[in-house]
Design a protein. Structure first.
Length: 309
């Protein structure tokens, strides 16, 4: 049974005339009559008494009319609600970021900014378990509108976001700092560059994460070769931080994530400034994304950055 058959029947019940009902439904009378007949065949009962003038409904037709009006009304209401949901989804800004940036930056910077311009972000929390390249692919495959990430020339997979199709805003500077738990005297338990005969245990990142290629790139350019022995690898800085705090070794952690912990004195810097690694925190978007809320957010953020600059 087709929905338009129900609408045809309701129009016929209202007009009591095949030609007028056909006109209302914008079809020819033969087509309209055929659809009413198909409806009756589907219901296996006569719904229209064609022997009266004007036409009338059979008892079965009267019962069917009530159900037809209810079904079409429910369908229209449901369709309207679905369209509203679609509009809301289309206007939402779909946002992805790493677990570290969500904890150390989004909650403190992006979320308050969104509140200030009365805009909501649809945050994909599943992205907290993604590999680095997954974020780039999500943006390229239009699974998200905005990607918040670290940037450094050594992060090769970000180069796929060429400037012709994608644009970015540098919204903050960040620094990866080498950290170690402290000893009884309050000094770093481990320090760089370490001793060759006894390499320093290193809490690292997996190769396909954002930060491992950055650290590797930086260490290869130091005058002194760091004497490190990888103890374990992680995807998230939070995990590296936890192991560093427990005294398992040295780890490079974003400074924003370590500020409170450094102040407590249980963790200390494990190297001089030459071991610190500068990063950028960037927002990326497609230049061809037509989401009006995204454009509003992007323009407002750019204006704020210019004002602060």
């Amino acid at each position: 049974m087709e929905i338009r058959w129900l609408e045809d029947f309701i129009a016929l019940a209202r007009t009591r005339h095949f030609s007028r009902a056909a006109d209302e439904q914008n079809v020819t009378q033969p087509t309209f009559s055929r659809r009413i007949k198909l409806l009756e065949e589907e219901m296996r009962v006569t719904l229209i008494d064609r022997n009266t003038l004007p036409l009338s409904l059979t008892p079965a037709g009267e019962v069917f009319l009530q159900s037809a009006e209810l079904m079409t009304r429910q369908l229209k209401d449901t369709k309207a609600r679905c369209q509203e949901i679609r509009k809301q989804e289309e206007s939402q800004i779909r946002f992805v970021t790493t677990q570290t940036l969500f904890l150390s930056f989004y909650k403190e910077v992006i979320e308050p900014f969104c509140q200030s311009i009365e805009m909501n972000m649809d945050i994909n929390m599943k992205s907290s378990s993604w590999l680095g390249i997954d974020f780039v692919n999500a943006l390229m495959e239009k699974q998200c509108d905005i990607m918040l990430c670290y940037w450094h020339p050594a992060i090769n997979f970000i180069r796929a976001l060429d400037e012709e199709q994608y644009e970015h805003i540098v919204i903050a500077e960040e620094t990866l700092i080498p950290c170690s738990a402290t000893d009884a005297s309050g000094e770093a338990k481990y320090s760089l560059p370490g001793i060759k005969r006894k390499p320093t245990p290193y809490i690292g990142y997996y190769e396909n994460s954002f930060l491992q290629p950055v650290i590797q790139h930086h260490l290869q350019r130091q005058r002194e070769i760091p004497q490190l022995q990888t103890l374990t690898e992680n995807y998230h800085s939070v995990s590296v931080k936890a192991m560093v705090k427990e005294g398992y070794g040295i780890g490079w952690i974003p400074q924003r994530l370590m500020l409170d912990t450094l102040n407590y004195g249980k963790v200390a810097l494990a190297g001089e400034e030459n071991w610190h690694i500068p990063l950028e925190i960037r927002l990326y978007r497609s230049r061809f994304n037509q989401n009006p809320n995204l454009t509003q957010f992007w323009d407002a953020l750019k204006a704020k950055m210019r004002y602060q600059g």
